[in-house]
Write a protein that binds this ligand. Structure first.
Ligand SMILES: [Zn+2]
Length: 212
């Protein structure tokens, strides 16, 4: 209706400072290259600042996507379907907000409709909208579950994420093979242990040490 109203983001980038220009951002990458001790003017690195900024546009494109909007179109002709809908083994790529390095893993998303369903690709896109931001795994898990609950108002929502954090596998304590598992259970998944068990059986027990 009101075209002057900018899209509202569930998690606005609460920055008081203006967004830097592309040139300023490329200059910042050049500073990082200098910091490594390398020569940013040598042939192999001269285009790296521009490439890194383009990669960041892709990695962090989720700030421009409203996850609520993604779920806005739902369907009510379900013939009374009220069993669990499970999307499992969704590839997850996000970035740790503490080190800005990848978190790679998989997510499983389930809900029990209460008269409304969405196209299943929309569930994966909600995950992606939040994953393409700086994240911690706990917050990402909660954001996906809360958004589905808020918009679809289903009888229950469950989100499980298993992921490897490269800030833990390639630096710091160097523990390759360690996965972190987070979950958020709402409604029937929280209140009913049979429902929760059924979901966990459908996704298989979270695997430890699976190579992403
Ligand atoms: Zn980290």
């Amino acid at each position: 209706m009101n075209i002057l109203t900018p899209p509202t983001l569930a998690t606005p980038a609460a920055s008081a400072t203006a967004r830097p220009t592309r040139e300023e951002t490329e200059a910042a990458v050049r500073t990082l290259l200098l910091w490594t001790g390398d020569d940013p003017d040598r042939e192999g690195l001269v285009d790296t600042p521009a490439r890194v900024v383009r990669a960041y546009e892709e990695f962090f494109g989720g700030y421009g996507i409203d996850p609520v909007e993604l779920l806005a179109r739902s369907f009510e002709e379900t013939d009374g379907y009220d069993e669990m809908v499970v999307l499992r083994d969704i590839r997850l790529e996000t970035h740790c907000e503490h080190h800005m390095v990848p978190i790679i893993g998989r997510a499983h998303i389930a809900y029990i409709p209460d008269g409304r369903v969405v196209g299943i690709s929309k569930l994966a896109r909600v995950l992606e909208a939040y994953a393409k931001r700086l994240q911690i795994q706990e917050k990402l898990t909660a954001q996906v579950a809360n958004t589905i609950e808020q918009v679809l108002k289903p009888k229950g929502v469950a989100v499980v994420i298993e992921a490897q954090h490269q800030c833990m596998t390639t630096r710091g304590i160097h523990k390759p093979g360690v996965s972190m598992v987070t979950s958020r259970m709402l409604g029937a998944f929280r209140d009913n242990s049979d429902t929760r068990r059924e979901f966990l059986a459908m996704i298989g027990a979270p695997r430890q040490g699976s190579e992403a």
